[in-house]
Write a protein that binds this ligand. Structure first.
Ligand code: CTP
Length: 403
């Protein structure tokens, strides 16, 4: 890869570490990148526009309100141009604005218009770094898909020792290029993901549902997109929102609608990950009017829903890879292996409800990945976003081994 130079936007905010950004520009260029700089007004207290312009060989974008010679909106055009945005240093101020959607200068405006990989290299006094507001803002940004780097320990500009120093330009550059490589490994691939519960209608006002939040599937869709795949997410009812606006979202209610959407999209897909908690049964009859209260008991007759994973598993061609989940409470491995076989999946991700912190309605999960070749990989309890990343990385390796 790549013959085309990487387009890197370097965002600089106002901290003393801004002087290190000058060597970061050089380093990025040495690694084959073309660099454009966006600096906040405070950053220009530490480094001059002339240094930034001379080193980057491009005009520095600092003022979103200046009259443009050309008609294109600069932050939007720049957002289209960049393959990645690296903000170094990322001060507490800019981190707070990013996390809260405030757009009052060139960098914060660009950030909101940017939907490709973002790397943040925080730099601030160690007490500021530990402040709950900053901790929470960094967590929010990380949960939305930004790559938040750590900080170094050592002498700080305020005269104390501690954490909060910006990482060295070499470390920032290495991480950025690793992330960019990763963002390519599924490029050109199409992926279908199911998420959330299904609501099976009983009458115009009632349904049978379950407690699935959809979070695991949303994290998987975001992760696949970060790896460069074109993603369609078919989701049952959930309050979740996607961060990545390139993901195509299809909202459905019942299992039949979920199946229909999957059948539409599966033939064009290389990957299908079925993480939805599809209701196994649905009411045999859907009353056209609200069911009135009558006797002391009410008997409902349910009929089996189609199994979406099994339907796609038995339709898949050699180029397609199908991943299912198994939610088990006993004989976990054995049952998961049976699902792998019976539903003709390539990979089954086993969720055991016996692990605390795993499964429905939790932000964390603990899974075991089982594949058709007989490999079994146990994971630790992690944030669902990290679990999604593990599953997608496993899938990438699995697919490159079977090519
Ligand atoms: N699944 C599906 N369609 C269904 C039921 C399940 O696509 N009608 C998929 C789920 O998305 C998941 C996998 O099948 O990927 C396993 O779901 P799970 O609930 O663990 O298993 P079931 O097949 O429903 O079997 P059981 O409830 O008996 O364990």
């Amino acid at each position: 890869m790549p013959n085309k130079p990487r387009h890197i936007i370097l965002g600089i905010s106002g901290g003393i570490a801004a002087y290190k950004s000058l060597s970061l520009i050089r380093l990025l260029q040495k690694n084959g990148a073309e660099v454009r700089v966006v600096a906040t007004p405070n950053a220009l207290q530490f480094v001059t526009p002339l240094s930034l312009q001379t080193l980057s060989c491009n005009a520095v974008y600092t003022d979103p309100f200046k009259i443009l010679e050309h008609v294109e909106v600069e932050h939007v055009a720049l957002a289209d141009w960049g393959d990645a945005l690296v903000v170094a240093p990322a001060t507490a101020d800019v981190v707070g604005k990013f996390a809260n959607g405030i757009a009052d200068d060139a960098l914060t405006t660009l950030f909101l218009a940017f939907n490709k990989p973002v790397v943040l290299a925080p730099a601030m006094n160690h007490k500021m770094l530990q402040h709950p507001a900053v901790v929470e803002n960094l967590q929010t940004l990380s949960a939305r898909g930004c790559h938040v780097l750590g900080t170094g320990e050592g002498y700080l500009a305020c005269g104390t020792n501690g954490s909060g120093r910006m990482l060295e330009p070499e470390q920032i550059c290495d991480t950025l290029f690793r992330i960019l490589a990763l963002s390519q490994d599924l490029s050109g691939r199409r992926a279908l993901v199911t998420a959330g519960p299904t609501y099976e209608p009983l009458d115009p006002v009632r349904f049978i549902g379950n407690h699935s939040s959809g979070l695991m599937g949303f994290c998987l869709a975001e992760s696949l997109a970060r790896h460069g795949a074109q993603v369609v997410l078919v989701t049952g009812p959930t309050h979740l929102e996607l961060q990545n606006t390139d993901i195509q979202r299809i909202d459905v209610m019942a299992a039949q609608q979920m199946l229909a959407a999957c059948e539409d999209h599966f033939p064009q897909c290389d990957i299908a990950i079925m993480s939805a908690a599809v209701a196994d049964y649905t009411p045999q009859e859907v009353a056209s009017q609200k069911i009135k209260k009558q006797s002391d008991t009410l008997t409902l007759t349910l009929k089996k829903n189609p199994d979406i994973l099994s339907t796609l598993g038995h339709r898949k061609t050699d180029r397609q890879c199908v991943v299912g989940f198994a939610l088990e409470t006993e004989n976990e491995l054995e049952n998961a292996r049976l699902k792998l076989q019976n539903k003709n999946a390539d990979i089954i991700v086993l969720n055991s409800l016996n692990h605390s912190g795993a499964g429905f309605k939790t932000p964390t999960n603990q899974v075991t990945i089982i594949d058709k070749k007989g490999h079994v990989t146990n994971g630790n309890l992690k944030d669902k976003r990290e679990v999604a990343e593990d599953i997608v990385s496993y899938l990438v390796d699995y697919m490159s081994d079977t090519k």
